[in-house]
Ligand binder design. Structure first.
Ligand code: ZN
Length: 219
């Protein structure tokens, strides 16, 4: 049985929407997207023969819609949004490294989660990035439909673009639910992906310094 779905008012939180017209526009688009997802989830649940009118499932379409919208909110963000001008002049040319940034993403092949840790390094060229912004860059790309290899590359490229660095390196260690819950059902495997850009591709000392500083995968 399918129930008529009502579009509910909800707050889209965007701290970077400067003018109110733009904020109102984003709010409207967000509500329309969640409503569409809500209908899709109702079809999905009905599609497996479940009863949408039973108490446990009554609000599931709207809850799942909001959750999916959150898990893919990276589509609504740009590099400028997330770095938010936190780029500072610096004479330090030594490697900057942020290790163990946890991330959660969705694989684009099965829409199942993959999650793990990201390690990022770059070689500054006159500019450094606020450290928390590194984590925001990781989240912006992770909160989209992804494969781990591309995600790793996109983070490295974004660090290059934001800072004009001489090089950027990213390593990601992850576990994939589509390998654990279905398919080959392997619970203990983990996947490491690497992206090296700029001087990290030619400077073996920098590359080794970064790789040697990494903690072992926690999986
Ligand atoms: Zn998958």
């Amino acid at each position: 049985m399918t129930l008529p779905l009502k579009q509910q008012p909800m707050q889209f939180t965007d701290t970077h929407a400067v003018d109110s017209a733009k904020a109102a526009e984003k709010q409207k688009a967000f509500e329309a997207q969640v409503f569409q997802l809500q209908q899709s989830y109702a079809n999905l649940i009905g599609g497996i023969g479940e009863d949408l009118s039973r108490p446990g499932l009554l609000d599931t379409p709207i809850r799942a819609a909001k959750a999916f919208s959150f898990l893919t909110k990276g589509y609504g963000q740009t590099l400028e949004d997330v770095t938010n001008d936190a780029i500072f002049p610096s004479n330090n040319r030594e490697m900057v490294m942020v290790k163990g940034i946890e991330f959660f993403s969705l694989c684009e092949h099965h829409l199942l989660p993959f999650m793990g840790h990201t390690h990022v390094a770059y070689l500054p060229e006159g500019k450094v990035l606020g450290l928390s912004k590194m984590a925001r860059i990781v989240d912006m790309f992770a909160r989209r439909l992804q494969i781990q290899e591309n995600l790793t590359q996109e983070i490295a490229q974004a660090v290059m673009d934001a800072t004009g660095a001489r090089g950027a390196a990213v390593v990601m260690d992850a576990q994939h639910m589509c390998m654990m819950m279905r398919g080959v059902q392997k619970q203990d495997s983990s996947t490491r992906s690497v992206a090296m850009l700029g001087q990290f591709t030619t400077d073996h000392q920098a590359r080794n310094e970064f790789l040697r500083a990494l903690p072992p995968s926690k999986f």
